[in-house]
Design a protein around this ligand. Structure first.
Ligand code: ATR
Length: 292
């Protein structure tokens, strides 16, 4: 067993990343020695940073925006799931210096559905807003969990269609549909869904914009992957309309839990990590009146 884990996160910016806090707490509770550095890496410098981490004896690192795709060029092996998602957020550096990439976002999304909301996705119908990077991981997680249908609704319909094309060849059992925000079937799809997910950046930073069809929520489970603010407009509305809700902090915590498990074989103390992150978010909101 490793006696001191050297880990890091690379991204730009990484100043506000909550990963160091989560991993330090988990290491402490598991009796492991760990250092977890934030390494601000500009686009174009990813290869250099990865080589440095390998040469300096790091055990692995997380990858965040905007490098989750670019980092794939510098890895020796990539998990099938990460290939399908088209992005890597967790890298293991082996003792031989080989780099293996994983994506823990799909697990991060699906795990709390079951564990926290008591919702089993198998056989369910999903309505998902957004078709960007986060949407790819969420869709792969849900399709792997055997949902019956997935409607992808995106402002730019061509991106929803591209995502659908990417997924249909792999997941033949589910009915996958791509629509634009002005599609005449959107309202009906929202109303008929067992689970509604927002993966778009609408609501991020407390923006006032709303999502089409959000007034048609008829219950079920509504999940927002945005966690700043924790209570997005969508979740507040969903609550008022009688739906169960899950906020975006759950996905953040569980993707971290999976990464920690890949590196150390141990798990996060989930509730304790959540309390620590809630305290951090409250602190940040208090020190910035606009909540930014
Ligand atoms: P991420 O990696 O966080 O998913 P992304 O790949 O840039 O980021 O995707 C952002 C998503 O939010 C996209 O689905 C985007 O829609 P477009 O493809 O039409 O750009 C969506 N999005 C961002 N701002 C939006 C807005 N104001 N209204 C609706 N959708 C928005």
């Amino acid at each position: 067993m490793t006696d001191h884990y050297r880990l890091a996160i690379i991204g730009h910016p990484v100043g506000h990343s909550m990963s160091p806090l989560m991993h330090a707490l988990a290491a402490k509770r598991n009796g492991l020695a760990l250092t977890y550095d934030k390494i601000d890496t500009l686009p174009g410098q990813v290869g250099e940073t990865v080589a440095r981490l390998r040469d300096e004896g790091y055990h692995g690192f997380n990858v965040t925006v905007p490098h989750k795709i670019e980092v794939m060029e510098y890895l020796d092996h990539i998990s099938e799931e990460a290939k399908l998602i088209g992005a890597v957020n967790t890298v293991v550096i082996g003792q031989d210096g080989r780099l293996t990439g994983y994506n823990t976002d799909a697990y991060g999304f699906v795990a709390p559905l079951k564990k926290t909301a008591g919702f089993d996705p198998e056989g369910k119908s999903v309505f998902m807003y957004g078709a960007g990077g986060a949407a790819r991981a969420v869709a792969v997680g849900l399709l792997a969990a055997q949902v019956a249908s997935l409607t992808i609704a995106n402002r730019t319909v061509a991106r929803a269609q591209e995502l659908k094309e990417r997924l249909v060849t792999h997941y033949r059992a589910a009915t996958i549909t791509a629509i634009g925000f002005d599609d005449k079937n959107l309202v009906e799809s929202v109303g008929g869904a067992d689970i509604i997910v927002n993966t778009s950046s609408v609501g991020l930073g407390g923006q006032t914009g709303s999502l089409p069809g959000e007034d048609e929520i008829k219950g079920g489970l509504v999940v927002d992957i945005v966690y700043q603010p924790l209570e997005t407009k969508l979740l507040i509305k969903a609550n008022a309309l009688g739906a169960a809700t899950l906020d975006g902090l759950w996905m953040l915590i569980h993707q971290g839990d999976r990464a920690f498990n890949i590196w150390t074989g141990k798990n996060f103390p989930i509730e304790e990590v959540r309390s620590a992150l809630l305290a951090r978010l409250r602190q940040e909101t208090a020190s910035s009146p606009s909540g930014e």
